[in-house]
Design a protein around this ligand. Structure first.
Ligand code: ADP
Length: 510
């Protein structure tokens, strides 16, 4: 996942899309699904309302999709409950569940170009990046989880109660009906992170995509039906967070809610879940420290620091947005990151030479511009970027801020845009507490040639992921999630399966 122009493999560049979607070489958006997927059928919302999703490169309407609300959530949850309790899904063997997931992965892979184009149009990211990152990572996640379906095991347990013999064992059972609420920064990949473990463990799902980017989840819904998942196993309700999302988080017949998004909304979800004490997993914000030691390879650290914060336009919960550089290397590294920032080519995601697209929405543009304004009023100085680019679409220049001090809002709060604060430090003992002094603890990185020091620092950082001499390396097998206010639980890896299963102890007197 490197931040540079990604050329499509030759075989992909001219590959025709399926006839259904071919339209002057581009997607025919009117042919994409735009209704709610409930109980295996595409339905209008009960209210009949729709909302528009915009192209962030132009601000123009891309499509209108059904606006689901509480009543649609009720219907979707009822369908998921029926599918969980009575449907054929319950009777499928683990191997059959695994095969369905594998089939879904194959179908998704076959449609890589389509999904990359949908993501690019709806979210703004370069199509080429979606083609080599978002879509293949989603495919891989489904395959990884397909493998787990047959390996979710309990234990036999020795019992010490005297006077009788017992045989005791544990079973790992699916938690039940799961509500999943996802953000707009990696719309397809976040759907995969959520659906993969739920389906591997045998749960049923109501998925609520972000209102800014509903299109790829709906298209994925078509592939889910095509793969052969029984009706009601996956239901997709598009709509707004305050209405559809809140109804899902509160719903008394949902057994677990899994959320990825802002810490602010994560707290609302946790509160909403208390009604029936549904299980909760939260993958939330971050303000991740990226630490360059004196002995780091300078060029690698510069490229890595630029990738850490500018990948996906900085709209990553794990963005390396606090760059701590040893004072002896500070000017060299920070000037290098600034030079890299200035070279990044901004443009619409569908243009072949675009390296960074627009932010996802006008709201996000305003949020980032407010932080830039606040930063300069607080005394930070932009040595690259610092401005909006153009006045059409939601483009922001990749920005490097210096003179940022602890306590400033740009140093403490998640900006969720292409903005990094660079801070010099003098020794490791000073930088570790500084790095840890934040409400978040999602990710961190350290750049050094001293591998012992790297591991020692990794152990001391309060973060769910620590990268050493790399950044933004994601793998379906690597658990991802946060310390502190970055969340509860882990996504991916085998850790995530814990979040989707209940342990049942069975104890028999012999
Ligand atoms: P961001 O601030 O990055 O837009 P949010 O945390 O607001 O991210 O949104 C992430 C997801 O949470 C989206 O699907 C959104 O619709 C949903 N959401 C927003 N507010 C609520 C809420 N009050 N209850 C449930 N879901 C919500």
């Amino acid at each position: 996942m490197k931040l540079k122009t990604v050329r499509l493999p030759k075989s992909r560049r001219h590959q025709p899309m399926s006839a259904r979607f071919a339209h002057n070489g581009h997607l025919n958006l009117s042919r994409l699904p735009h209704r709610l997927l409930i109980d295996g059928e595409w339905r209008d919302s009960v209210s009949g309302s729709t909302f528009e999703t915009l192209n962030p490169a132009t601000g123009e309407t891309l499509a209108r999709v059904a606006e689901g609300d509480r009543e649609d959530i009720n219907r979707a949850v009822a369908a998921a409950r029926r599918a969980f309790e009575r449907g054929p899904w319950r009777r499928l063997t683990p191997s059959e569940r695994g095969r369905l997931l594998w089939k879904l992965a194959d179908l998704l892979e076959e449609h890589t170009d389509q999904f990359a184009e949908i993501e690019s149009l709806d979210n703004g990211k370069p199509r080429a990046v979606a083609c080599v990152a978002d879509v293949p990572l989603a495919v891989d996640l489904f395959r990884y989880m397909a493998g787990w379906a047959t390996k979710i095991e309990g234990n036999t347990i020795p019992i010490s109660v005297s006077g009788a013999d017992f045989f005791a064992y544990t079973r790992r059972e699916p938690v039940g009906v799961v509500g999943q609420i996802i953000p707009w920064n990696f719309p397809l990949l976040m759907a995969a992170w959520k659906l993969g473990p739920a389906l591997a463990t045998g749960c049923t799902v109501v998925l609520k995509p972000a209102e800014q980017t509903p299109l790829s989840a709906l298209r994925l819904g078509e592939l889910i039906l095509k793969a052969g998942f029984p009706p009601g196993v996956v239901n997709i309700v598009t709509g707004y967070g305050e209405t559809a999302g809140a109804a899902l988080a509160q719903h008394p017949d949902v057994d677990k809610v899994a959320f990825t998004g802002s810490t602010e909304v994560g707290k609302l979800i946790a509160r909403a879940a208390t009604g029936n004490l549904k299980k909760v997993s939260l993958e939330l914000g971050g303000k991740s420290p990226n630490i360059v030691l004196e002995d780091a390879d300078t060029d690698t650290a510069i490229a890595g620091a630029a990738n850490a914060v500018f990948f996906n336009h900085g709209q990553c919960c794990c963005a390396g947005s606090r760059l701590y550089v040893h004072k002896k290397k500070f000017d060299q590294v920070v000037d290098g990151v600034a030079a890299a920032a200035k070279k990044i080519k901004l443009g619409p995601g569908l243009s072949a030479d675009t390296e960074m697209g627009p932010l996802v929405s006008e709201e996000q543009l305003e949020r980032v511009m407010n932080y830039l304004d606040l930063g300069s009023r607080e005394g930070a100085r932009a040595i690259a970027g610092g401005h909006r680019k153009g006045n059409r679409g939601y483009f922001v220049e990749p920005t490097v801020l210096v003179n940022a001090k602890p306590g400033m809002k740009v140093m403490e709060e998640e900006i969720f845009g292409p903005v990094v604060c660079a801070i010099p430090f003098t020794d490791v003992e000073e930088v570790i507490p500084a790095a840890n002094k934040n409400i978040y603890g999602l990710a961190a990185a350290v750049w050094t040639r001293d591998i012992s020091k790297a591991h020692r620092i990794a152990h001391e950082l309060k973060a769910g992921t620590v990268w050493i001499n790399c950044y933004n390396v994601f793998d379906a097998a690597l658990p991802f999630g946060g310390y502190k206010q970055s969340g509860w639980g882990r996504e991916m890896g085998h850790d995530v399966l814990e979040m989707y299963t209940e342990t049942k102890a069975v104890c028999a007197r012999l």
